[in-house]
Design a protein around this ligand. Structure first.
Ligand SMILES: Nc1ncnc2c1ncn2[C@@H]1O[C@H](COP(=O)(O)OP(=O)(O)OP(=O)(O)O)[C@@H](O)[C@H]1O
Ligand SMILES: [Mg+2]
Length: 399
């Protein structure tokens, strides 16, 4: 036995107090905490520090190094992947042994494996959201040059995001980062997803005692179809005449409506004189969350940010904060008199984990109430009614 080699990324604990001399399954330590887990091959434990909760996964050195490196490289490109915190190597063991290394990632808050959603009773109603969430996750990862190699219902987590579902990838053992993925690489990744999901859906049906004929074996295929549609929408080239500049703005605003931020627009003349070819380069689905962070310093997920920005604009318009300077004052007033006090009240009484989601649910309730009553409803009145009605959330589309 010896001392492990530890590599830690900034802003994380040093993890030196953990009993690395033993395999993690044998640990009996104060820092261990129980958290929901998907189906997994490797040993995984969770530990709590002041800095937050972390997941530790043991695996052979080569795969561990790959996962740590790939997760690190993708952090600047997308927010949709688990954040690596450290890499531990037990240098005294054979590097092919399972416990020869471990990857430490930040625990993804308020999130659960898709597998639990798919096996649960709410699956039918949420199927469309699951398809959209996984299709857009694949598009975002591929836009960043990320080949996953193992998309599955246990390797992706979901989190409620206002009325939608947000997805996060957490398992990158087989992943690769490239400057750009070829069509063949993307199709290969989608084929792996389709195959994994068919197997998992069959497995879930068998485990729950259902007939295989009733298993939803097409979930993966539908995600693939959603993926292709979104990829085309985002990467399509448009040919326009040189005086149709408004069509560029239209396209950017359509992509922003989908939540994608546009990094830049390339315009090239075509050989046909007045025609130009236009191509947009899109980044992740962070348009609204980037804006909310810039305007108010609030770190929310994409749809939550869209809903909260709506509340802020409503406040600014209603209180007639019009000019730029007035708006800055208005944002401050909204933060101190509306947003923060409500978040504090929600944190005290709400059953959910993520107060921002509670705030979004509350805003949705306020809007429904205003529609029913045909007039504006004050926050106080809406909050009382939200609490009395048992904290209703967003209805599913189609309800
Ligand atoms: N950073 C994290 N945040 C939240 N949950 C996590 C995190 N890392 C792992 N988990 C939980 O632990 C489970 C297993 O993790 P992971 O998929 O990385 O390992 P694995 O399943 O052993 O790998 P493989 O897919 O090769 O079998 C996940 O399904 C997830 O529920
Ligand atoms: Mg896994």
């Amino acid at each position: 036995m010896g001392t492990p080699r530890l590599q830690i990324r900034p802003d994380n604990p040093d993890f030196l107090d953990l009993p690395w001399g033993e395999p993690i399954d044998d640990w009996n330590h104060d820092r261990l905490v129980k958290m929901p887990r998907g189906v997994h091959r490797h040993s995984v434990v969770f530990v709590a520090y002041d800095e937050g909760v972390y997941a530790i996964k043991e695996l052979p050195v080569r795969v561990a190094r790959n996962e740590y490196q790939v997760l690190g490289a993708i952090q600047e490109l997308t927010h949709r992947a688990a954040e690596p915190a450290g890499l531990m190597e037990r240098t005294w063991l054979d590097p092919h042994d399972e416990p020869s290394a471990a990857v430490i990632t930040r625990y993804v808050e308020h999130a659960f494996p898709f597998r639990s959603l798919v096996s649960g009773p709410g699956f039918g109603a949420r199927r469309r959201q699951i398809v959209d969430a996984l299709a857009s996750l694949m598009v975002e990862l591929h836009l960043s040059g990320f080949f996953w190699g193992d998309c599955s219902l246990s390797n992706a987590l979901y989190r409620y995001d206002a009325g939608e579902i947000e997805s996060i990838m957490i398992d990158a053992e087989t992943s690769e980062i490239h400057n750009r993925l070829s069509r063949g690489q993307r199709e290969h990744d989608i084929a792996i997803l389709t195959e994994n999901l068919a197997g998992e859906m069959a497995d879930i049906a068998v485990m729950s005692g259902a007939d295989l004929d009733h298993a939803d074996l097409w979930l993966g295929e539908d995600i693939a179809t959603g993926y292709h549609a979104l990829w085309t929408e985002l990467n399509e080239e448009l040919v326009i005449t040189a005086d149709e500049g408004y069509r560029i703005r239209e396209r950017i605003s359509r992509l922003n409506d989908l939540g994608f931020s546009v990094h830049d627009v390339e315009i090239e003349p075509t050989s046909e004189g007045r025609l130009v070819r236009m191509k947009t380069r899109v980044g992740g689905r962070t348009f609204n969350s980037d804006r909310l962070a810039a305007v108010a310093g609030i770190d929310a997920s994409e749809n939550q940010a869209r809903v909260i920005l709506g509340d802020l604009s409503y406040f600014l318009a209603k209180n007639e904060f019009d000019s730029r300077t007035q708006k800055a004052v208005g944002v401050f007033q909204w933060m101190t008199t509306v947003f923060q006090p409500l978040i504090d009240r929600i944190s005290e009484i709400w059953h959910g984990e993520d107060p921002l989601q509670g705030y979004c649910d509350f805003l949705h309730h306020r809007m429904s109430l205003a529609t029913v009553r045909g007039r504006d409803v004050s926050n106080e009145e809406a909050f009382e009614s939200w609490v009395e009605s048992g904290f209703p959330g967003f209805p599913l589309k189609g309800d």
